[in-house]
Design a protein around this ligand. Structure first.
Ligand code: 4NP
Length: 156
């Protein structure tokens, strides 16, 4: 199998998927998994912008500097480039399924499907909430990142 490549996808690519990307980077490093990692949004409103400052602060508290991340929209060639495309909620999974070309190689999944007992659920959008919502996102994406990284490592 070629080197794994994982793309995390939410709506804006400024709150949840950058945190999933950061948590997965930490986990991949911890277990020594050689993997390409990016994030993107199904929407394009925030393309070119850094993550929401509350997401940046949350990541920093957990040892990850995501200030250089820049939002981008998912594109068709992502379905060839990545081995795994992981949606942060069911709505974005449906958007990805609608976008996926027939010849894509990426395995599509929902992030919380990788967490025992949380299958089918979405990570709640913290954009219109307060700081605490970002901490909840961090906890959820970290749990899922651990499970996903272990699963990919076991498949190599
Ligand atoms: P994200 O959060 O999908 O976790 O990045 C959002 C960010 C921006 C918007 C919606 C969700 N927005 O509508 O601008």
């Amino acid at each position: 199998m070629s080197k794994p490549a994982v793309l995390f996808v939410c709506l804006g690519n400024i709150c949840r998927s950058p945190l999933a990307e950061a948590a997965f980077r930490i986990e991949a490093e911890r277990i020594g998994l050689d993997v390409a990692i990016e994030s993107a949004g199904t929407g394009d409103w925030h393309a070119g912008e850094p993550p929401d400052r509350r997401a940046q602060a949350t990541a920093l508290r957990h040892g990850a500097d995501i200030g250089a991340y820049r939002a981008r929209q998912v594109r068709e060639k992502d379905f060839q480039r990545f081995t795994h495309i992981v949606a942060l909620d069911p709505r974005n999974l449906a958007a990805l399924q609608a976008l996926a070309p027939a010849e894509g190689r990426a395995e599509l999944s929902l992030l919380l499907d990788h967490v025992e007992g949380r299958q089918g659920l979405g990570v709640a959008d913290p954009y219109y909430g307060d700081e605490a919502g970002f901490e909840t996102v961090w906890i959820e994406v970290t749990r899922a990142a651990r499970a996903l990284a272990a699963r990919i490592a076991a498949s190599l």
